[in-house]
Design a protein. Sequence first.
Length: 332
Amino acid sequence: MRAVVITKHGGVEGIGVQEVEPPPPPASTEVRVHVHAAGLNRADISQRQGHYPPPPGYPANVPGLEFAGAVEAIGQGVRDWKPGDRVFGITGGGAQAELVVVPAITLARVPAELTWTEAAAMPEIFITAHDALFTRARLRTGERVLIHAAASGVGTAAIQLAHAAGATIFGTSRTADKLKQLHDLKLGLDRSVAVGNDPAQFVSSIEDWTESKGVDVIIDLVGGNYFPANLQALAVCGRMVSVGTTAGVRSEIDLGLLMRKRASVIGTVLRARSIEEKATAMELFAHDVLPLVNRGVLRPVIDRTYPIEEVRDAHKRLEANASIGKIVLTFE
């Protein structure tokens, strides 16, 4: 079968498409899926660079955390799926291949409204955003949310989910051009500010927009030096969820401000979770998110689609921060 393979850690010259051995038949509670499309994530960039190895039990040289395709074979203990079913799911690695074997409980049924490309663009970003907003931050109707890297895949998903929940949504990006394009998409973003390389830029804007009350929830996909500014922008009893670290993994914390605001700082990651935890997240995704897709309330924002033979170009675009929404690889 064809698969995206990392042959050398470093630049894009170390990744390409090769013929590899297909995975074995599914075990009792597993499903083998013929992949039609797979999402590209920053974790794939980091894995290619040698900075983010997969969890134990997943292939070290075949990246991919999400996929959409048709069930090809099922284990003898599987009752919920049959060959031919349209499914999408998440995994710890190996999704960027024509065949992937996953536990049956980590799959969901693809709504009829979605193409393979649209389906592949959804699981990782919408599960991550839903988990951060509702499971971790306990977002409530009427609250104010600040989403950093709002034009990213997770950012566009979080905007739509927060808007559907009745929140007021503020967003940041490094460039005004990305924010203009984001507003043009009409996803529910209320106000935004371009921060360039200075995260302090958004603090004064939040003070103006909230009459110095601050925001109730921050979804931080950037990390690094955004942390001190986040604390300033939080409301009393606000909750900050750390989801990404594109600006680095270290920062300073004003513990006095943290205590005075009685703020909560919450970390989360999806890839390293147990199969049972991933199954729970997928169940919430199927129960809470997919009905909104059926009703036309939510949609994946797709930046570009690449055939897997052009995986290097896809990596270059994502690594250059040129994309808005998701980049998807196809196996057609």
